[in-house]
Write a new protein. Structure first.
Length: 222
């Protein structure tokens, strides 16, 4: 079993529950942090000391408070960590239920397991820990396996999600190219964006962009 694990979670009750679960698996060294910035610093220090963490368990959402941070989400933390320690294993422990976001974590950020917080989440976390330690196979609970068979998650990619998210934030379709260029999102030509939004409307049978946003929210895409 893993001997050195870092937990990034901002709620004390969850931290205690996860620590108890890890203790039951006889994991010797467990460190917990409440901020993503602190998690990255710990991982950097462990690498410098030649005593790297073998596993990161992280939530996706962290409550903002008085302290300014460079990293504000689990996704940002995973990306930063993978840049300096690509081989670290990652388990996401979250209430997130949006299929596209979960699928993206596996495909784009190469996480090893996803465990949904809930009534039976701690036994599920134990299963994930054992599976991730014993093999390189990805672990996702049976009740979430549909995500990888869901037609929508195969048809809609991250670029589509960003388009819909920015529409939902109030960016006008004819100004989307300017916003995407500023953010470095590609492709960002006006014609490409218009065609993509048109395809999304056709795919979801949306009457207009407002209807498209509503459908996306109902499906948990944004």
């Amino acid at each position: 079993m893993f001997s050195k694990v870092l937990v990034a979670e901002d709620l004390d009750s969850i931290n205690i529950a996860v620590a108890t679960t890890l203790d039951e698996l006889n994991i010797v060294e467990v460190d917990s942090v409440k901020y993503c910035d602190d998690a990255l610093l710990k991982i950097k220090k462990a690498l410098n000391d030649n005593e790297p963490y073998q596993l990161l368990i992280t939530d996706l959402s962290f409550i903002e408070d008085f302290r300014p941070n460079q990293l504000n989400s689990g996704e940002e933390l995973i990306t930063a960590v993978k840049k300096i320690q690509p081989n670290i294993k990652v388990i996401v422990f979250s209430v997130e239920e949006k299929p596209v976001r979960i699928k993206s974590l596996f495909e784009n950020q190469n996480i090893n397991a996803f465990v949904l917080k809930g009534r039976n989440s701690l036994p599920e976390l134990k299963k994930a820990l054992k599976k991730v330690f014993e093999s390189d196979e990805k672990y996702i609970a049976a009740n979430l396996a549909y995500i990888f068979q869901d037609k929508i998650t195969h048809q809609i990619d991250d670029y589509d999600i960003q388009l819909i998210q920015h529409l939902a934030l109030g960016v006008a379709q004819d100004k989307m190219d300017i916003t995407f260029k500023k953010l470095g999102i590609e492709p960002n030509s006006k014609s490409t964006i218009e065609k993509r939004i048109g395809k999304l409307k056709d795919y979801f049978k949306a009457n207009n962009t407002v209807h498209l946003i509503a459908i996306a929210k109902d499906l948990g895409l944004i």
